[in-house]
Design a binder for this molecule. Structure first.
Ligand code: DC
Length: 246
C-alpha cells in the first residue's frame, strides 16, 4: 500500500479496505452498494446523500450557490448524522436534528446538490467527513469521485454506466416508487443536464479512475450486476471473511 500523503495532507496509509463504486445516476450504484455492505458486513458511505443534505442545508440557511465561502463554512460544520434503523438497509439522514430522508430524495434536490458539488470549497470541506467513514472491517463508497479523489487507494474500483435512456427509465421507476410524481421526458432532460455538470466541472469530475473496472449495465438486471461485482470482490479481495450464510 502506498504511504504517501494526499495533496490536502490527509494520511493515505490505511489498512481498512475500500470498494469504490462510481458512476452517474440510474446505474444501480445505490442498490449494489447496499447489497455489498450488507453481504460483507461493511460500512456504507452514500456520498451523494451528503451533497444532497448540503443542498437542503443551504436552502434552509438562505445561501445561494454564488456564496461559496459561506457554503464551505456550512459544509465544514454541517450537523448531519446517518442513523441506522432496525433494518440493515435503512439509514436515516438527520440534518440539524430533523429527519430529511424524503427531502433529499427529490430530483430538485439532486439538481441543487449537483450545482453545489461543482464548488471546490464545498468539496474540500466534505473530504475529511467522507474519509472518516473508513472504519474496520471495510467500507463500500458510493459516489462520483470515490475511486479518483476520496479513496484513490481503494482495493477495488467499479464504475457503473448505462445508456441515458435506460438510466432515465430506472430513475423514473425509482422516484415513482418513492412517491414522487415525475415526467419521464423532463427527467431525461434533468439527468442529461446533471451528467454534463458533474462530468465537466473543474474539480473531481465524474469519470472512471484509470484502474477502475467499467461495467455497462444497460442490458443487465440488478441481480446480474450484483453477481458480476461479487465475483470481482472475490478476485480482488480474496481475504474477505464473508458473513456466515453467504
Ligand atoms: O448520487 P446522487 O444522485 O445522490 O448525487 C447527487 C449529486 O451530488 C450528483 O449529481 C453530483 C453530486 N455528487 C458528487 O459531486 N460527488 C459525489 N461523490 C456524489 C455526489
Amino acid at each position: 500500500m502506498r504511504d504517501s500523503e494526499s495533496k490536502r495532507g490527509a494520511p493515505m496509509t490505511n489498512e481498512v479496505p475500500v470498494i469504490a463504486v462510481d458512476g452517474p445516476s440510474g446505474t444501480g450504484k445505490g442498490t449494489l452498494c447496499s447489497y455489498l455492505a450488507k453481504k460483507l458486513g461493511w460500512h456504507l458511505l452514500d456520498s451523494g446523500a451528503l451533497y444532497r443534505v448540503m443542498a437542503v442545508a443551504a436552502d434552509r440557511h438562505g445561501l445561494s450557490p454564488d456564496n461559496e465561502s459561506s457554503l464551505a463554512e456550512l459544509a465544514q460544520g454541517l450537523d448531519v448524522r446517518f442513523v441506522h434503523g432496525g433494518d440493515a438497509d435503512a439509514i436515516s439522514v438527520i440534518l440539524e436534528g430533523e429527519n430529511v430522508d424524503q427531502a433529499i430524495r427529490s430530483e430538485e434536490c439532486g439538481r441543487a446538490a449537483s450545482v453545489l458539488a461543482a464548488l471546490p470549497g464545498v468539496r474540500a470541506a466534505l473530504l475529511a467527513r467522507q474519509r472518516a467513514f473508513r472504519r474496520p472491517p471495510g467500507l463500500i463508497a458510493d459516489g462520483r469521485d470515490m475511486g479518483t479523489v476520496v479513496f484513490p487507494d481503494a482495493r477495488l474500483k467499479v464504475f457503473l454506466d448505462a445508456s441515458p435512456e435506460e438510466r432515465a427509465r430506472r430513475r423514473h421507476k425509482q422516484l415513482m416508487e418513492k412517491g414522487f410524481s415525475v415526467n419521464l421526458a423532463q427527467l431525461s432532460a434533468d439527468i442529461a443536464e446533471r451528467d454534463a455538470r458533474d462530468s465537466q466541472r473543474a474539480v473531481s469530475p465524474l469519470r472512471p479512475a484509470d484502474d477502475a473496472i467499467v461495467i455497462d449495465t444497460t442490458d443487465l438486471d440488478i441481480e446480474e450486476v450484483m453477481d458480476n461485482v461479487s465475483t470481482l470482490v472475490n478476485d480482488h479481495i480474496p481475504a474477505i471473511a464473508h458473513k456466515p450464510g453467504d
